[in-house]
Design a protein around this ligand. Structure first.
Ligand code: PMP
Length: 405
């Protein structure tokens, strides 16, 4: 047995989330769940992967697919990604792309690259729970990033210094964030860049949901806006993290980082040390599927999720009691509900187990300081009309029958 005193100082910050434990209890067939932020497996391009895996294992290439490979990733996939990045205003070459095992791994590496214990990371309030999980290992302090909020830059820097470090980066999803579903408008993105310049910090742009826009005009990614300012990706401080998890399939764990070579080459060293490279065969299969199917597949999933988002919004409008608020997401997977002050999402979830049997994620999990108890996150990706209507009706009853603490 490894005794507590043998553990590194970072370990106490890496606790199993009480919410995951709660949600395990809710993993039963009669429960209608809006909890998991996962893609609908019926939409995976399974035949395309079957064919791609067979092609990757064909005689002429199997020696490559099953072999060790370069830490920065499979060249043809990086070239394909550079082409995709160019379509969204980010002109770059394969040397600006690192393949990672999901964008989650990129978040871990970026925490490792940038954070010393006591440094400050600026994150949304709320923000992606998995980003907090990844960064926590590097023992940062968190401060609030709120695009549009006019907090004096000197105050942010001074608070970081007082805590014994400095501000290192701002982390955000500008499109359809997890958990809020919110999008940062162009002016907000420019403000994040201004703040990053004023503080001389990096920007980590988490673009996991960017391709899942259901309506409204696309807004250029933060990296594209910075590139427009500077003219050269090598002069940019924004580090873009992309993922195939929401567009193709998460099981192969394929993501990428796009950034200045200076950043990529350091991340390559971290990847070498951590896992040498992401699975070669997954990279080859992903390249084949992306090249041959991405452009036809993504519009299909957008269509399904757009319909489910609209079903959820219509059901919420019918079923939610007075005082419950939400913002219509233009894409992604989530609707974020703000409940009347004094209500507690975690307590509601416990009550739900013994009554309505509907699952969701309590909002406080997404706050670095554990606040935000009067909020919950709903995912709309998995259910069609009958289940959606029934599930949201259950949620409405649960909320009507609960009293603020
Ligand atoms: N960022 C955000 C905002 C996410 O919601 C997720 C997955 N839930 C990830 C990153 C990680 O995704 P993956 O590692 O599968 O690319």
């Amino acid at each position: 047995m490894v005794k507590g005193e043998l553990l590194a100082s970072r370990i106490p910050r890496m606790r199993a989330s009480e919410i995951r434990e709660l949600l395990k209890l809710l993993d039963q067939p009669d429960i209608i769940s809006f909890a998991g932020g996962i893609p609908d497996p019926a939409l995976f391009p399974a035949q395309a992967y079957r064919d791609a895996m067979a092609a990757a294992l064909a005689d002429d290439i199997s020696g490559v697919a099953l072999q060790y490979s370069l830490s920065d990733g499979y060249g043809p996939l990086r070239d394909w990604l550079a082409g995709e990045m160019a379509k969204i205003g980010i002109s770059c070459g394969r040397e600006n792309i690192l393949i990672t095992s999901g964008s989650q791994q990129a978040l871990d590496y970026l925490g490792k690259l940038l954070l010393s214990p006591g440094d400050t990371a600026l994150v949304g309030w709320p923000t992606y729970l998995g980003a907090l999980g990844a960064f926590n290992a590097y023992e940062p302090r968190y401060d609030r990033l709120q695009p549009g909020e006019n907090r004096p830059v000197a105050d942010v820097a001074a608070a970081a210094e007082a805590a014994g470090g400095r501000v290192k980066f701002a982390y955000l999803s500008a499109d359809f964030a997890n958990p809020t579903g919110r999008t940062v408008d162009r002016a907000g993105r420019e403000q994040v860049l201004d703040l990053a310049e004023a503080l001389d910090i990096a920007v980590i742009e988490d673009a996991a949901y960017q391709a899942l826009r259901y309506d409204g005009e696309a807004i250029p990614p933060i990296l594209a806006l910075e590139l427009a300012r500077r003219g050269d990706i090598e002069a940019c401080r924004t580090i873009y993290c992309g993922s195939f998890s929401k567009t193709l399939a998460p099981g192969l764990r394929m993501g990428w980082v796009c950034a200045a070579q200076e950043v990529i080459s350091r991340l390559v060293l971290l990847k070498q040390a951590a896992d040498l490279h992401s699975p070669t065969i997954n990279q080859i299969a992903t390249h084949i599927v992306a090249r041959d199917h991405f452009d036809s597949h993504v519009p299909k999933i957008r269509e399904v999720y757009r319909r489910r988002r609209d079903l959820m919004l219509a059901a919420l409008a019918r079923e939610m009691p007075e005082g419950v608020e939400w913002v219509r997401p233009e894409g992604g997977m989530f609707v974020w509900l703000t409940l009347p002050e004094g209500m507690d999402g975690a307590m509601l979830l416990v009550q739900s187990l013994g009554s309505e049997r509907v699952a969701f994620v309590p909002g406080h999990a997404f706050y670095a300081d554990g606040s935000g108890r009067n909020s919950i996150r709903l995912s709309f990706t998995l259910h069609d009309k009958a289940m959606m209507d029934e599930g949201i009706a259950r949620l409405g009853r649960l909320l009507r029958n609960s009293r603020p603490a």
